[in-house]
Design a protein around this ligand. Structure first.
Ligand code: SF4
Length: 204
């Protein structure tokens, strides 16, 4: 798996769930399909009067989720910004050309009510529950950085093997200390709860 394939899969799913934060700090979620994909950014369209648009302009943080028929979850976490005025018309027309239904929603010049936003720095998590063992990997769009998540085993490990037998994915390797195969870890916390000497720590 890689970043380009994740973006392609998002494009194939088509309608994505966009989560934002409103002015009260409450989560808000919408389905969006007016999206144009490039290899280093995604662009999407919203009308200026919508709360969604206001939340993007005021806060910008957005999480985008898609789920494929093969039990793959792809989550993009980043910050959206309105593209430069000089680029708005060009990108808006590209989105309308790629998504012809938009011509019915905003016929003629009424599309001028829209703003095109861009996300070009984001963390993208790929999580496949359809394979055994499960598989996860995280990629960067732009230089967004990657926030490490999940669990790791510290040098306090006594090598008893309790974590291995409690792990539903059998993704802990024997050693000094034992190690978690991060690409196959569910982040379920079973090893953390069962370790008799609290040698397992949670990130974040
Ligand atoms: Fe296994 Fe769950 Fe621990 Fe990951 S968090 S290593 S899946 S027990």
């Amino acid at each position: 798996m890689d970043l380009a394939t994740c973006l392609k899969k998002m494009q194939l799913v088509g309608v994505l769930a966009f989560a934002t934060v409103d002015t009260d700090g409450a989560p808000q979620i919408r389905n969006i399909s007016a999206i144009h994909y490039e290899e280093d950014a995604i662009y999407f369209f919203s009308a200026r009067g919508k709360n969604f648009c206001r939340e993007l302009q005021q806060d910008g943080r957005v999480q985008i989720l898609c789920y494929t028929r093969y039990k793959e979850m792809i989550r993009m976490s980043g910050k959206a910004y309105a593209v430069a005025e000089s680029e708005q018309e060009k990108l808006r027309d590209i989105i309308f050309e790629e998504q012809p239904y938009l011509g019915n929603v905003y016929p003629g010049d009424t599309r001028n009510i829209g703003i095109v936003f861009c996300i070009d720095r984001a963390e993208i998590e790929y999580f496949n529950l359809g394979v055994n063992p499960i598989f996860r990997e995280t990629y960067q769009l732009g230089n967004a950085g990657i926030e490490e998540k999940g669990y790791y085993i510290t040098d306090a490990c006594i090598g008893c093997g309790t974590c291995q037998s409690s792990c539903p994915q059998r993704c802990i390797t024997e050693g000094e200390p034992f190690t978690i195969q991060q690409n196959h870890c569910l982040h379920c916390g079973s090893c953390y709860e069962n370790c008799p000497v609290q040698a397992i720590e949670r990130r974040g």
